[in-house]
Ligand binder design. Sequence first.
Ligand code: UFG
Length: 342
Amino acid sequence: MKILVTGGTGYIGSHTVVELQQKGHEVIIVDNFSNSEKSVLSSIEKITGILPQFEEFDLVDETRTSDFFKRHNDIGGVIHFAAYKAVGESVEKPLIYYRNNINSLLNILEGMKANNIRNLVFSSSCTVYGQPDKLPVAEDSPIKPALSPYGNTKQIAEEIISDTLKTSDIRAIMLRYFNPIGAHETAHIGELPIGVPNNLIPFITQTAIGKREVLSVFGDDYNTPDGTAIRDYIHIVDLAKAHVVALDRMIENKSLSDGEIFNLGTGNGYSVLEVIKSFEKVSGEKLNYHIVKRRSGDIEKVWADTKFANMELGWKAEKSLDEMTLSAWKWEKELSAHDSNK
Ligand code: UFG
């Protein structure tokens, strides 16, 4: 069955394409390279031996999207990653975020409906829980008011999908990611942040390799054992595998309802300092970091209740924090070797 992967050259998308191909799915990618590079296509081919089919256009374009679905009447499922994802930028440019993340989803749902494509996997986020009252946070925990337009696009998207399911044959699995980090073991694909990274891991690896001078740790006065904020970091390959399981679950009619939601995390929370320690241990590098004040909008701590995903999906994250930080470091070294060969 042919699977459309939107944003398939992005960080999570590219790892998912690899897992899909390795499980025998035929993949077609749609991407406009707004936050990725064309060379990722050949990197995927290096890993799997298969160059994915590919079309370059913007899914916000209604005519192009509808025409795409008409031309590809053999698509059996859609995994929708394509979206803007920088929290801070979304605060600066809310309309751009709403237009991009919402309109593309509407066009995809319309295309699916018109062409009787039933199965959708949607890329959501644990950001919908805000700072949960109870930890670990389970799927039925209350949704909190979004802290950013980006977070709001994820909440609104979940609602749009849920409403659409009521009046169509479409069924969906919405996956709420915790903090995906790391890279493929081959170091052929990984995260490619443009400019100064916002996220912790690329900032750590770029500092260690010498691209950045010093890592700022945002706050050491949180109510946590070492005072730094806690997140549930999950290896990108574990996360990618969950998408294939989710898609197959719908194709094999195993869903409990037309709209399911799963947390994708490990269930373990690690502080910023614990991540730094893990990185220093696996890399043998001493990281230059200092403590600065809290970053506005950050929550104190969150980690996933993974019971529902483990039992129902039959999926469990397997890789340790050390495996995550080591793979991220190998990827950074690969990138830097590549840059110096240019
Ligand atoms: N951090 C630092 N220094 C940095 C970068 C991050 O100390 O330079 C800290 C943050 O304060 C936070 C932790 O490292 O405590 C993780 O920060 P990230 O930016 O890597 O990740 P976030 O948890 O802030 O954000 C991630 C995704 C968002 C998503 C959010 C949901 O990047 O897309 O999880 O909670 F919305």
